[in-house]
Design a protein around this ligand. Sequence first.
Ligand code: SF4
Length: 288
Amino acid sequence: VIGPRLEELYGSMDVAARLHHDPVAFPRRYADPADIEVAAAVAASLAFGRVDLFRPVLARLFVEMDARGGPRRYVEGFDRERDGAALLPIVYRWTRGPDFVALFAVLGEAVRQHGGLEPLFDYRGEPDVREALQRGIDALRAIASAQAGRPFGELSRGVKGFFPAPDGGSACKRWNMFLRWVVRPGKEGVDLGIWRRIPTRALVVPLDTHVARIARFVGLTARTDGSWKTAIEITRSLRDLDADDPIRFDFAIAHLGISGACKGRWDAEVCPACPLVSICVEATAAGG
Ligand code: SF4
């Protein structure tokens, strides 16, 4: 019963309107896959907290990138002195100007060394992207550490926060979202479909608070934490609905929460019209 309800949720979503409230709107501005890839990595990296708070910060970063020929040329030619000065005043939560400088320097070195980010996330046919993600993050951490001349664990909270890894138990929401964007085809008008090596069946759900909560409400998981284990449990449940493309409903589920439509509890104003009401434990508990 979950599948048809999720289909209905997806069908009821105004994708164009929701894109204004989603960081994927930034990489979608570009036509060249080389720009799209870097733009996606930057946009996903800042996608924590409230979208109305991180979006103006991303807008500032993209002004800088566009002024130097677009995201790929900007990071490839990134100069800490010349380009870093404009970044130093930028602050987002625990991420400070020097952390943004480090992010662009790392991405620049990665694309110079490997011709792009895809070779770093080396997928070798595993059941899911955990190992490919770990390899990619390990490579980016190694660059960050080499550039700073210190072990990764000694870098600032902001830099470390850019590069969480599954082996620490993190759900790695932002990097799983990045992978969803670059792997899933763009035909629905959301994702970007620029990578070829990772199959959609291996993707893991980008677990944010909205997805975690709504997944629990509709029985995709019984777990209550925001860990990698929970992301995997939800992904496995979604695979039962669509083995080839388990996270195709992620955008719709996430935006049911991001939009504020789902209040996280029974609400007599909104819940009766929610496509998930017949399978939601909150509705059942409220007798809805
Ligand atoms: S029925 Fe209500 S609480 Fe349940 S998912 Fe829908 S909006 Fe959220």
